[in-house]
Design a protein around this ligand. Structure first.
Ligand code: AP5
Ligand code: MG
Ligand code: ZN
Length: 214
């Protein structure tokens, strides 16, 4: 099964993608997580990506597309994968479609996790993330068992650099301009499905399971 998670920053794409990946035993591929891992390791890619991410802007398509195409061509993606945060622009969606077409494949579903802008700012200010394994928490709605420690791997949790209110506002406007048009793109291909992302996390996942089956 090949799935795309769509949705505004903070809609819960990562939270749901992790559950999908566990449940269906397919890799979770988050471009944001890949960039953050590169920033942490101080790679060239990380240095370039950080300039854009800190402003809430998108990393250029040239730096993003090859990375994803390379990742999905790896062996563990044979039975499918869940893309989280990619594609984010029409050119990225076209590049993905072309690469899959060349291999006689196509995406199965694009799931839009729908959350209004008003809910987003509060979510982001309470978010804590594990840069080691990618797990995400919220200090009020989804707290870790031990304060500031990842339940999954025991690493210290951090607040993301781009979760400051001003940067979040920027990310939201970038989303509306550049990413929201993908909703139409996938609607035209008849693979768009929408879930209400304001529901509690488990209910959102049940709605996704109902779409994906089993
Ligand atoms: P990325 O890391 O993808 O960030 P994003 O899209 O802004 O989305 P987030 O990760 O912030 O939110 P999410 O939807 O995953 O929500 P989460 O599950 O964490 O990208 C970061 C940056 O990298 C971009 O700005 C860009 O610069 C660059 N980048 C990445 N991909 C790119 C690409 N393809 N092209 C160009 N640039 C790219 O949940 C949010 C919070 O809400 C958490 O605290 C969570 O615990 C809580 N929560 C989740 N679900 C619920 C619920 N149902 N109820 C209550 N709280 C909930
Ligand atoms: Mg995320
Ligand atoms: Zn962790």
């Amino acid at each position: 099964m090949k799935i795309i998670m769509l949705g505004a920053p903070g809609a819960g794409k990562g939270t749901q993608a992790k559950q999908i990946a566990d449940h269906y035993s397919i890799p979770h591929i988050s471009t944001g997580d890949i960039f953050r891992a590169n920033i942490k390791e101080g790679t060239e890619l990380g240095k370039k990506a950080k300039e854009y991410m800190d402003k809430g802007a998108l990393v250029p398509d040239e730096l993003t597309c090859d990375l994803v195409m390379d990742r999905i061509s790896q062996d563990d993606c044979k039975n499918g994968f869940v893309l989280d945060g990619f594609p984010r622009t029409i050119p990225q969606a076209e590049a993905l479609e072309k690469a899959l077409e060349a291999a006689g494949q196509k995406m199965d579903f694009a799931i839009d996790v729908d959350v209004p802008d008003d809910n987003i700012i509060g979510r982001m200010s309470g978010r804590r993330a594990c840069l080691n394994c990618g797990a995400t928490y919220h200090i009020i709605s989804i707290p870790p068992k031990k304060e500031d420690i990842c339940d999954v791997c025991g690493e210290a949790l951090v607040q993301r650099d781009d979760d400051k209110e001003e940067t979040v506002k920027n990310r939201l406007s970038v989303y509306h301009e550049q990413t929201q048009p993908l909703i139409n793109f996938y609607q035209e291909r008849d693979i768009l499905r929408t879930v209400d992302g304001t529901r509690p996390m488990d209910e959102v996942f049940s709605a996704i399971q109902a779409i994906l089956g089993a």
